[in-house]
Design a protein around this ligand. Structure first.
Ligand SMILES: Cc1cc2nc3c(=O)[nH]c(=O)nc-3n(C[C@H](O)[C@H](O)[C@H](O)COP(=O)(O)OP(=O)(O)OC[C@H]3O[C@@H](n4cnc5c(N)ncnc54)[C@H](O)[C@@H]3O)c2cc1C
Length: 473
């Protein structure tokens, strides 16, 4: 057993953890980051490849929220967290939404002046930019379909840095804020899972960890800290708090963006290296349409979801790409730590309203892809086969049901909801009710699913909270 001492311990090195680590280290605090996953050199594995799933995803990418239907989800598990595997699409939290949260959840210091300040600060670190030149074909398809139907389409900026030849590199935490934190003196311990927080009464004094050594064996490490920031993401933050005896409303109110997909065949080749940066905002915020990763494995999975002939579809996979419709859901879920099991039990109950929004999303996505010139569509509904015309979409309204819809998500939030209201699990800056020495600072704090890509909001709120902590300490 090894014992370490630090001013601030940060559990998890993703969007929330890296932001916290960098700001506190640059302000002169002694910072230690414990990250369960490995360090993977930026550029070492190909984005959206099988190797990436093995090295950087939790459970190699296969996790599920149980329910009818279940919702498959993905999370990063490596230094940099989910920012290492995400698409880098950047969307500030809409002002009308943060104002709604501020009023409903009674969140202090959450006005537009505060949030705009931190959003601009974070954007300054992250190289938020539009694609130079023409968008890739897979993205132009969305623009073309929207133009034909008279729907609004928007090109989203991404956290990409471009060289003079317009080659882009995604700015993940392992490329940006983690190196800055280390340069300012932070110590990042990879392969170090925090098992539980160490407590004295209702004061958190550090954490007990299991760290992997270079020879593959594990050792126990106790890290004593003045303050512990828990930034393990919306699934593992509440699970760690619960394992440590911090309960209340922790783990209630899981929110996500349920997503349904279509694999679409076009008469022309579609690029497969990029994630489309266009989104259809015609039905926002309750329904968003966009493009997904479309490597051969993703295409095969999407076609298999429809129960169609995978071999036939894959014969010309270069002409096929995967698109999605994602909804803001009325439903909620739970995260519950299970004694003796590393991963918590996750449940999510979609409402009937959610199911009909998903059906509407699927039909609109089908209309858009046909308008863009697609010749064959495979929806992610068991046994649906393929569609070729608008008339073929009519049965989809009834087919998106609780037994046949194959859903997934990559946006998980709200399990340690912040605010001063009785529904909140933590105060306006992330301290769980009734506890000291501990603060949450990740996607768990968002009071609800934002209806937009969450990373910008997670980092904005994390930067606000880190500054507030510095002002008090
Ligand atoms: C495939 C994919 C695509 C996405 N695309 C986008 C996008 O284009 N735009 C966007 O805005 N958002 C996107 N997201 C979502 C975005 O990446 C997340 O919302 C954001 O990273 C959440 O930040 P976080 O700090 O809460 O958690 P994470 O970034 O997931 O970081 C949590 C970290 O904590 C570690 N951890 C957990 N438990 C422990 C423990 N007990 N001990 C030690 N370490 C622990 C994990 O290993 C992980 O590294 C995507 C997500 C995925 C998975």
């Amino acid at each position: 057993m090894t014992t370490l001492e630090t001013d601030v311990l940060i559990v998890g090195s993703g969007a929330g953890g890296a932001t916290t680590a960098m700001m506190l280290a640059e302000a002169g605090r002694r910072v230690t980051v414990a990250e369960e996953g490995p360090w993977v050199d930026p550029g070492e594995v190909e984005p959206f490849s099988l190797a990436e799933m093995v090295r950087k995803y939790r459970h190699q990418g296969s996790s599920a929220a149980l329910g009818a239907p279940p919702v498959a989800y993905a999370e990063g598990r490596c230094v940099g967290g989910s920012t290492e595997i995400n698409s880098g699409l950047w969307h500030r939290l809409p002002g009308w939404l943060t104002e709604e949260w501020r009023a409903r959840d009674d969140i202090d210091a959450f006005g537009p002046d505060v949030l705009d300040h931190y959003a601009a600060l974070v954007e300054g670190w992250m190289s938020v930019s539009l694609v130079p030149g023409a968008p890739p074909v897979s993205s132009a398809v969305l623009e073309r379909g929207a133009a034909k139907l008279g729907w609004r389409a928007v090109e989203f900026p991404r956290v990409f840095r471009y060289d003079t030849l317009e080659r882009g590199v995604k700015q993940t935490m392992a490329r940006t804020l983690i190196p800055r934190a280390v340069a300012a003196g932070a110590s990042v311990i990879a392969d170090c899972r925090v098992l539980r927080l160490l407590t004295a009464g209702r004061l958190v004094v550090g954490a007990r960890c299991s760290r992997m050594l270079p020879d593959g064996t594990r050792e126990r490490v106790d890290i004593r800290a003045g303050t512990t920031f828990v930034c393990g993401g919306a699934i593992h933050t509440p699970a760690l708090l619960q394992r440590s005896g911090i309960r209340g409303r922790v783990g209630h109110n899981l929110k996500l963006h349920p997503t349904i997909k279509i694999a679409a065949r076009f008469p022309h080749p579609v690029d497969h290296g990029e994630i489309p940066m266009h989104r259809i905002s015609e039905f926002a915020p309750n329904l968003t349409i966009g493009g997904s990763a479309s490597r051969p494995g993703h295409i095969a999975l999407a076609v298999a979801d429809a129960g169609a002939d995978v071999a036939a579809a894959m014969a010309d996979w270069e002409h096929v790409a995967v698109y999605y419709a994602a909804i803001r859901s009325d439903a909620g879920g739970r995260v519950v730590a299970v004694p003796g099991v590393a991963s918590p039990l996750v449940t999510y109950r979609l409402t009937d309203g959610d199911m009909s929004r998903l059906a509407r999303g699927l039909v609109h996505l089908g209309e858009l892809l046909l308008a863009a010139g697609a010749t064959e569509l495979w929806p992610s509904i068991d046994g649906a086969g393929s569609a070729h015309t608008l008339a073929d979409l009519a049965p989809w309204w009834g087919a998106v049901d609780r037994t046949r819809a194959n859903l997934m998500t990559v946006h998980l939030t709200s399990t340690v909801r912040m605010g001063e209201s009785s529904a909140a699990a933590a105060d306006s800056f992330g301290t769980p009710r009734g506890w000291t020495g501990v603060q949450v600072n990740d996607a768990s704090l968002l009071p609800d699913a934002p209806g937009v890509n969450p990373q910008a909001g997670v980092m904005t709120i994390a930067a606000r909270n880190a500054d507030a902590w510095l002002a008090r300490n």
